[in-house]
Ligand binder design. Structure first.
Ligand code: NAD
Length: 246
């Protein structure tokens, strides 16, 4: 799969799935703009990519809830490269609580990052993709497909990602912009690493392939969906979950 000369913007790229995706796309020749709010981790990512011979990674501070920051960063990309080929909406957070105990703040925080953040980024980037076409990929979750106790806010956003993916696939096809989502199952990242061992054991047991996924499993799905091999695929949600949702 060839990504030389491609400009890929990835949100939540400082660690976990986003970091692995940034490294994989750069390995395949893409110039990656890695966006996150964790500046130190972005610096580490940039340093780790210095030896690469194919593509490159540039870390940029960007909070997906902040429209001013988004306009500034997309403006700078427009000035330097005149285009964005691929947007990967990966930034996401959890603020879990049972429905009866969930605070308005917990609800708002997750909606703002996981749902409105994806709207913000896709609106800004699609305007730049309009002339040459492009690819928009977003991170949903198995939780958006079948729910999860204690995750009212998170489930709402991850189902919302699926709705937006279907809508944008229809709306942006005329500009040759393909829009797809990936719905990861249980993946070992900083988001899940502090869960009790019994939860990890339960998830492993519940997954037909009897294993927890790695960030590279999701990165590989993004790479395929962003590639020309997927040129006839739009409006799809690819489950990468070891069979969890069957
Ligand atoms: P992670 O916590 O390791 O990474 C998320 C990244 O998003 C972090 O680097 C964080 O700083 C960044 N981020 C948070 N708020 C941001 C903001 N306002 N602006 C910019 N960046 C922000 O988690 P992960 O497991 O790598 O998750 C990546 C995506 O995958 C998320 O959308 C998550 O919901 C989704 N997902 C993860 C799993 C899993 O099991 N790990 C399963 C399904 C879906």
């Amino acid at each position: 799969m060839k990504f030389e000369g491609k400009i890929t913007v990835i949100t939540g790229a400082a660690r976990g799935i986003g970091r692995e995706t940034a490294l994989l796309f750069a390995k395949h020749g893409s110039k990656v703009i890695a966006c996150d709010v964790l500046d130190d981790d972005l610096q580490t990512l940039e340093n780790d990519s210095r030896e690469m011979t194919a593509g490159s990674i540039k870390g940029v501070h960007l909070d997906v809830t902040n429209r001013k920051e988004i306009d500034k960063v997309i403006g700078e990309i427009k000035e330097e490269f005149s285009k964005i080929d691929i947007l990967i909406n990966n930034a996401g957070i959890t603020r879990d609580a049972f429905l009866m105990k969930m605070t308005e703040e917990q609800w708002d925080q997750v909606i703002n990052v996981n749902l409105k953040g994806i709207f913000n980024m896709t609106q800004a980037c699609s305007r730049l993709m309009k002339n040459d076409g492009g690819v928009v990929l977003s991170t949903s979750s198995v939780v958006g497909v079948y729910g999860n106790i204690g995750q009212t806010n998170y489930a709402a956003t991850k189902s919302g990602v699926i709705g937006m993916t279907y809508t944008w696939a229809k709306e942006l096809a005329r500009y040759k912009i393909r829009v797809n989502a990936v719905a990861p199952g249980f993946i070992k990242t900083p988001m899940t690493e502090n869960l009790p061992q019994k939860v990890l054991d339960y998830m492993t047991e519940k997954t037909p392939l009897k294993m927890i996924g790695d960030p590279i499993d999701i990165a590989n799905a993004f790479l395929f969906l962003a590639s020309d091999n997927a040129r006839y695929i739009t409006g799809q949600v690819l489950g990468v979950d070891g069979g969890l949702v069957i």
